[in-house]
Design a protein around this ligand. Sequence first.
Ligand SMILES: CC(C)(COP(=O)(O)OP(=O)(O)OC[C@H]1O[C@@H](n2cnc3c(N)ncnc32)[C@H](O)[C@@H]1OP(=O)(O)O)[C@@H](O)C(=O)NCCC(=O)NCCS
Length: 177
Amino acid sequence: MNVPAGVQIRCLRSIDDREIQGLSDVLIDCVEGGASVSFMLPMSRAKAEAFWRSTAASAARGERMVLAAEDASGAIVGTVQVIWAQPENQPHRGDLAKMLVHRRARRRGIGAMLLAAAERSAQEAGKTLLVLDTASDDAERLYERGGWQRVGVIPNYALWPAGGFCATTYYFKPLRA
Ligand SMILES: CC(C)(COP(=O)(O)OP(=O)(O)OC[C@H]1O[C@@H](n2cnc3c(N)ncnc32)[C@H](O)[C@@H]1OP(=O)(O)O)[C@@H](O)C(=O)NCCC(=O)NCCS
């Protein structure tokens, strides 16, 4: 993998105010750029901060892992999550969620770096199956390059940030035990 210069991936075990701001910048930029990632326009800072504060609380309870990609200046330019909490009959599974890279940092391999780090962490945590869904063509190519298998498309699954239905595509990836 081509590692972008100066970019590091860090697991955010607790998420402080500076990190909430950096993660909010990335989320707002992605939604304003048209990504269907749970939010509608206008994407206010209050909505973004509330999302990351609730994500931080969930991570602190051990329900999920939040990774951040930081550039050479320490600014957060991307993020991804693995949700560990699953029903008791699926302890081996994790869900990959909220893969987000700021538009100014895209097409440099940061998405691929985040994906590889999330998979590695899931494997180290003993997970043997990851699942995700996406409405983004860019993300589909990223996951397929990473060896994820496409399951199928659900039409009219969600809305684009500006309105109008969008489909979602499900993927899975088995991890070696
Ligand atoms: C999907 C997303 C995370 C990809 O992030 P990214 O950092 O741009 O991903 P990468 O840089 O690893 O790969 C993107 C492209 O850049 C190319 N690339 C990677 N490094 C490169 C480099 N050094 N020079 C030129 N191109 C490069 C990759 O080959 C890939 O090409 P492709 O789009 O033609 O397939 C990003 O587009 C995004 O945040 N989208 C909005 C949010 C979203 O929809 N997320 C998905 C939710 S599931």
